[in-house]
Ligand binder design. Structure first.
Ligand code: PNS
Length: 162
């Protein structure tokens, strides 16, 4: 059986402890895990692609079978170009399910040979989202425990520059 490469795609604006938890779990299941940051322009982002990639590289530096990349266009086209067999996505709560199911089925229709695999992050992280992290931080609230320290520091520099 050949090695299984999985793609973990997302916006990661910014990455949270929930994302990191999923990366760690995925890295223990698959031979190679590529964390792929979407560069399509439709979403207004707080962090640039380079900043998001930097943060992801920093926090995953100790996991040898994890790499970080960017992609544009259709996820299945990117996955195919990487010879990936799996798309990894996280489901935190029931509310994620509908959207994730729709994407998984659409991706399967586009590319039947690529399977979407869902993992759940640790319960302690199931309420964390990048959107809420940004909102809390922008209003001066604490994000300790929600994001890795490197992200907290970057948020501080970005939102409250000296
Ligand atoms: O972290 P996000 O923003 O929920 O990730 C969404 C993402 C990047 C996985 C999704 O928007 C995506 O795959 N975009 C690429 C374009 C694409 O393939 N669209 C069709 C999906 S069925």
């Amino acid at each position: 059986m050949s090695a299984i490469l999985a793609i973990y795609p997302g916006s990661f604006d910014p990455l949270t402890h929930g994302h990191l938890d999923l990366i760690e779990r995925g890295s223990q299941i698959f031979d190679q895990l590529v964390v792929a940051v979407l560069t399509n322009l439709e979403k207004a982002a707080l962090f640039s692609i380079e900043e998001r990639v930097d943060m992801l590289r920093e926090v995953t530096a100790g996991i040898p079978n994890v790499s970080v990349d960017t992609f544009r266009g259709l996820l299945v086209d990117y996955a195919l170009s990487k010879k990936a067999r799996v798309i990894l996505r996280g489901i935190r709560a029931f509310t994620d399910y509908e959207y994730e199911l729709q994407m998984a089925l659409m991706n399967r229709q586009l590319q039947p040979n690529i399977e979407t695999v869902f993992l759940t992050p640790a319960e302690a992280y199931s309420h964390i989202s990048s959107r809420l992290v940004k909102e809390i931080f922008q209003h001066g609230g604490p994000v300790k425990g929600l994001v890795p320290p490197v992200v907290e520091e970057r948020l501080r520099r970005k939102v409250f520059p000296k």
